[in-house]
Design a protein around this ligand. Structure first.
Ligand SMILES: Cc1ncc(COP(=O)(O)O)c(C=O)c1O
Length: 422
């Protein structure tokens, strides 16, 4: 058969996402690896950000009704008008973002929207700037578009929060290789950091100076756990025509498997992105689009109820992590995750530590350096940090919390328990 290696695009995409193993073969994503580790060791899986609680019955009923009503063939390429209208209304209602249905494109999750936008908008050889740690889809999309990625770290502060390194940001946008696209994930995975209106305006000014697009990733937009409001970048940036908004229903409605996402942009820009998207999936999830449309447009209080439930689960998990003496657990402002820095307790890196915690204490998370580029300042800063998801079922979160308390008790007996195989 022909040599699979004679085409190198798939290889560079996997390589950009850090999936090429030492022997040149392709490895499983970090989420798959950690799920397998949890299964192998019988540990509680606090890794992948897939909710352990169900979507609301009204969402499932609406999709089932749509199937019975006959929404089972190809949806229009831009998406069903009911969904486009519902998304436009939701953006106006929740974020004061002035959007009309013709500015909305259905995509197969935020992932397809982000990849299609990068493929459509990045000039060949262009640069994309993003904040780090990052969602692993970004580097693969940039590699597919033949571009290069520069990153700006979001780092822990002494006050227990997180802060982008604005000096590095200014350097990166002012460099000869100024970015053509700036990706802004707010609320941010994994830190829960939310960009303020002022910070977004600052990014907007930099984008004007560099003549860059701002591509947003707002999949956690509804999952705000403190009293800060989510600010949509398109609202805070003066030149909003250069903002391409991406989001999806998966996280807000506990339906990550439905892959109902959307891109919002001025119609000319949207057409360019749709030109790429139509040859990736053309269209998908027809009846699920209708289900999401009806739930978004209806009077469901699910999103608020789910937010309260997530807050409770976050409290349980974060306080258990804090019981571990020396561990620094972040208080998430938004999203699904707490980031726990174990560096005062161990000289192991996050991968080795996660392995040890799985085998000895039955806890699995995602090593934060897996969401960073090898050798970057963020990779170094999060060297011994692990991300734990509290979007799991209450039973799993309770079990995780008990296991952290067991670990705390063990460390009280033996302060060197996490120092590796001694
Ligand atoms: C920051 C971020 N963006 C995008 C996605 C994927 O969104 P979707 O499932 O809608 O493709 C995720 C999922 O974990 C994420 O954390």
């Amino acid at each position: 058969m022909p040599d699979v290696m004679r085409a190198d695009l798939w290889h560079s995409m996997a390589d950009a996402a850090g999936l090429i193993k030492a022997d040149g073969t392709i490895g499983e994503t970090i989420y798959g690896q950690m799920t397998a580790l949890a299964e192998r060791t019988g540990a509680v899986n606090l890794g992948q950000g897939a909710p352990g609680t169900a979507p609301p019955a009204e969402l499932i009923d609406a999709a089932a009704d749509a199937m019975r009503e006959g929404y089972n063939q190809y949806a229009p390429g831009q998406g069903f008008p009911a969904l486009l209208e519902a998304v436009a209304r939701q953006r106006r209602r929740d974020f004061d973002q002035q959007v009309s249905a013709e500015d909305v494109l259905y995509t197969c999750g935020a992932t397809e929207g982000l990849t299609a936008a990068v493929l459509a908008l990045l000039p060949r050889g262009g640069t994309v700037l993003t904040f780090e740690p990052f969602y692993d889809g970004y580097p693969a999309a940039v590699a597919a578009a033949g571009g290069s990625l520069v990153t700006v770290p979001i780092l822990p502060t002494d006050e227990g929060g997180f802060e982008p390194d604005w000096v590095r940001f200014d350097d990166a946008v002012g460099a000869d290789t100024a970015p053509s696209i700036i990706i802004v994930n707010t609320p941010h995975n994994p830190t829960g950091f939310m960009f303020s209106a002022e910070e977004l305006a600052r990014i907007g000014h930099a984008a004007v100076a560099a003549d860059a697009w701002i591509l947003t990733d707002e999949v956690y937009e509804q999952l705000i756990l403190d009293d800060t409001a989510h600010v949509a970048p398109a609202v805070a940036v003066d030149d909003s025509a250069r903002v391409v908004t991406v989001s999806s229903a998966g996280k807000s409605w506990n339906a990550t498997g439905w892959k109902v996402g959307w891109v919002i942009a001025d119609s000319e820009v949207l057409r360019a992105i749709q030109a790429v998207k139509q040859f990736l999936t053309f269209t998908a999830s027809g009846p699920l689009q209708i289900g999401v449309a009806r739930s978004l447009a209806g009077s469901s209080d699910f999103v608020a109820v789910n937010r309260d439930s997530l807050r409770r689960r976050a409290d349980v998990l974060v306080s258990a992590c804090r019981a571990v003496p020396g561990a620094i657990a972040s208080t998430p402002a938004a999203g699904y995750f707490t980031v726990v820095d174990f560096s005062a307790l161990t000289d192991l890196d996050a991968f080795e530590l996660n392995d040890l915690l799985a085998r000895r204490y039955s806890i699995v998370g995602i090593p934060v350096p897996a969401l960073c580029r090898a050798g970057s300042p963020a990779h170094e800063a999060y060297r011994s940090s692990v991300r734990y998801s509290f979007c799991k079922s209450a039973a799993d979160v309770d079990r995780g919390a008990r296991l952290f308390h067991d670990l705390a008790a063990e460390l009280a007996r033996d302060p060197h328990a996490l120092r590796g195989e001694n």
